[in-house]
Design a protein around this ligand. Structure first.
Ligand SMILES: [Zn+2]
Length: 390
């Protein structure tokens, strides 16, 4: 059963579990579904006590989207929706945050039929926090339910899992992601396809590569990521063209123009490979390593883009070797097919494999205390064809 259908059934039966556990890779999708769910429960435009047969029958949302409750939930201003998330730097949910939550749950919900507590990255709870949460789950506060979000069941205490109704979110297919980017975010289909193929099945990453950024659904945030009022009031989606927008009240939050950034990175990679003068290629490699080393937060995405570029090179070589037509729909970087077809056939036989090995090795080193710049220098130098050990 799809998550949305499962939740519709819960609504129809009007038996909300004390705790739901949503697993799956796309955090934004899980949050969005949780918000729709809580809105359906609390919408004032619907009388849930009546025998309304339309509930859950037509769309994902049975909420009116007009009433006070719906508006507050949409604006992330509802007092009875509480979010707990790991502290940005620490990456763990500390026991102090769960204790603070306990304190907040002592009083009755302000106005909601049902109050919702979302635990983001529930796997980030350490044992102490998880045990403290378990106590609350065992004696749930009045008119309150919990939604735990986690990528997988790994790292969650079995006692926590056993307390929750588990709902799995399977990754969207490439076609579904493209369709959503086009239909819901007005992204041109060619951009949507590149963004979705570059995302490893993560809708949030696909949106990022398409320059679409969903605002956090965070409401009250206990130790988590606060979101300022002006951000909440602005449109939920910031569309293309905004390169750096500063959130006025909290830490600056930036939206990156990933459409341009990806193209720039690929141009640099082609430069490294294309230039027959190896000394200028060395220089490109060093400059590129220096530049990227200053952007550690973006590193996982750069690495992912480099891997996909190598994958495309392997594909061109495979297709041309087997006499197949090199057509753009097979490639992640379909906008670079011309460059790929020009460059790839002239590269050493094992170039893509060695390149992937090198980027994998770099990835491992970057997780240690190694100098980011040195690791990147070593990698970029290794993919200059003249330096490439056959
Ligand atoms: Zn409503």
């Amino acid at each position: 059963m799809y998550p949305v259908d499962e939740l519709k059934t819960i609504l129809l039966n009007r038996r909300i579990p004390n705790a739901l556990l949503f697993t799956g890779s796309c955090e934004q999708e899980k949050k969005k579904v949780a918000m729709t769910f809580v809105k359906n429960i609390n919408c004032l435009g619907r009388d849930l006590t009546s025998n309304d047969q339309s509930i859950g029958s037509q769309s994902d949302s049975i909420a009116c989207n007009k009433c006070g409750a719906c508006n507050k939930i949409d604006a992330a201003m509802h007092p009875d929706i509480i979010t707990v998330a790991p502290e940005p730097e620490k990456k763990i949910i500390k026991i102090a945050q769960i204790r603070e939550l306990c304190g907040a749950l002592v009083s009755k919900p302000h106005e909601a039929r049902m109050r919702m507590v979302i635990i983001e990255d529930a796997h980030a709870m350490n044992r102490e926090s998880a045990n403290a949460l378990l106590k609350i789950l065992e004696e749930p506060p009045e008119r309150t339910f919990f939604v735990l979000l986690s990528a997988s069941l790994n790292d969650l205490l079995p006692t926590i899992i056993s307390r929750c109704r588990h709902i799995r979110f399977r990754p969207l297919s490439l076609a579904q992601m493209v369709q959503r980017l086009v239909a819901e975010c007005n992204v041109p289909s060619s951009t949507a396809r590149i963004a979705a193929s570059s995302s490893n099945g993560d809708m949030e990453v696909a949106m990022m590569f398409a320059n679409i950024k969903h605002k956090s659904f965070s409401q009250k945030s206990y130790g988590g990521k606060p979101v300022c009022k002006s951000c909440l009031q602005s449109d939920e989606i910031i569309t293309q063209g905004v390169i750096e927008q500063e959130c006025v009240e909290t830490e600056p939050t930036y939206t990156t123009d990933w459409i341009s950034l990806r193209r720039w990175l690929l141009d640099q990679l082609f430069l490294l490979v294309k230039d027959k003068n190896s000394s200028s290629a060395y220089l490109y490699a060093l400059v590129l390593a220096e530049k990227l080393s200053r952007e550690t937060a973006r590193m996982p995405y750069y690495i992912s883009l480099i891997k996909l570029w190598l994958r495309d090179i392997a594909l061109v070589r495979y297709l041309s070797k087997n006499g197949n037509l090199v057509c753009s729909d097979k490639f992640v970087n379909s906008d670079f097919v011309h460059e790929l077809s020009n460059i790839a056939p002239g590269l050493p036989e094992n170039y893509p494999v060695r390149g992937l090995e090198a980027i994998h090795a770099a990835e491992i080193k970057l997780k240690t205390n190694a100098s980011v710049r040195l690791v990147l220098e070593q990698f970029f130098l290794s993919i200059i064809p003249e330096c490439h050990q056959g």
